[in-house]
Design a protein around this ligand. Sequence first.
Ligand SMILES: [Ca+2]
Ligand SMILES: [Ca+2]
Length: 389
Amino acid sequence: MHKTNLKSNRPTTRGALGDGDLDFKLTYDDAVPGNTVWTFSDVGVGDVPQGYAGYSSLNILCPDELSFHYTLPAGWSATESDQGGMRSLNFYISNPAANGQPADVERFLQSLSTSFTLTTPWDYPPVGSEISVMIDAAPTSGFIDGNGELHIYEFVRGTITWMEAYNAAHARIVNGEHGYLATLTSLEEELFVYGSIAKSPGWLGGTRLRYTDGAKIDGSRAIDAQGNISTDINDYTYDTSIANQWYWADGASENGLVFYGTPTVDNTNGPVNGVFSFFSGWYTYNKYPQYQSIILTSWQESNNYGGEYCLQFAQNGSASWNDLEYNRADTYYNSGYYVEYGPFPVGTGFTGRGSANLEIPLQYDVHFDVNNPDCPLTYPNQSLWTGKR
Ligand SMILES: [Ca+2]
Ligand SMILES: [Ca+2]
């Protein structure tokens, strides 16, 4: 048995052009024996979209066999999620005006390198074999859930009511699917969104509002062809005898799910067994001791202070939740809303709004049998054995 590597068959660079304002190449130095490092090059980032001060976020989605090497520029932060064979790296730019300009993003992408950790030569990434990069002027991040599925989140500025935000979220589209007011249904998702983009107070998709006949809001009672729900508070009730449970009013599988069984804080009867909730206060503080520094305890929520029935997130820079009036829309209490998209299936790249999906230029070896030298096979992204052993 004889085998050899056919170096000439290795690609050295690959490029991609997104359908938004982003393009880049991955470069692999073929001259270095055993090299597993790829670097980004030829990065081009387009102009900042009108109405924005700069880019706010940069997300990378890839198989989790990839290791990324980088140094964060000043004013940038990073969050990572890694589940189900996929990895999502999220870089958040805290001051888009200062360090989110196209040249800053280009410099950072150009400084990235990545390498594989392969235990065997044929142990290539099982899904996708793609690197997806998305830049966005709006704060956006991508989370990989326990099933390896992708959820994308976005914070949208705007002082609008909860019902208006419900409709506005539905009108937004990523990867071809409508968004919805974000649903944080696990501690992992909660901490991820807080750690990546949640720097401003804004609406989530939870409420205890009901239609006046007692039905939950779930998107099924549209008032127009766009699927909007009524924005008139008179079509709803927040009477605690009817509007007595907190539930998610939208979302892929959690639409209608009750996450808190009482209208106001009740540490015995409120928390629903096996369902995640994260209201401010001592209950949450004691239940998650390792995250006490990001949970507000100055008051116990939900407190229905003056009539509050819609779910608000990231007040005073905290990760915990608060109940708020539907129309409490000012920059201190509520400066926008959180939109979620997905879940998208394993292997989905980003599309739209400054994104590029790139096949990873894998090193591949071709093995052949000297007794049959005419049959060296080349096959991208695979290590093949051919001929007789
Ligand atoms: Ca969710
Ligand atoms: Ca409150």
